[in-house]
Design a protein around this ligand. Structure first.
Ligand code: FES
Length: 82
């Protein structure tokens, strides 16, 4: 059975200003291109409390900070392979 992961993207205003809207777009595109809707649960999160390190993303409880859209995609791809 395919692995499932939960991806929480910080939607607080600071992370949003630092580029989480581009990450959201990239992750949504990736999920639809790779047909991963059953495997990746994407949820918006309120402020994760690390505003000055944003944009912040959490995958299955592990936080990733100051990431680009490309890095977000590779983190998700890696999490699916683990
Ligand atoms: S707004 Fe994202 S950590 Fe605070």
């Amino acid at each position: 059975m395919a692995k499932k992961i939960t991806v929480e993207l910080c939607m607080g205003s600071s992370c949003f200003a630092r580029g989480n809207s581009e990450i959201l777009q990239a992750v949504e595109n990736y999920i639809s291109e790779k047909d991963l809707a059953d495997q990746v649960e994407l949820v918006g999160h309120l402020c994760l409390g690390k505003c000055n390190q944003g944009p912040n993303l959490r995958i299955d409880g592990t936080d990733y900070s100051a990431i680009s859209p490309e890095e977000a995609i590779s983190c998700i791809a890696r999490a699916l392979e683990e």
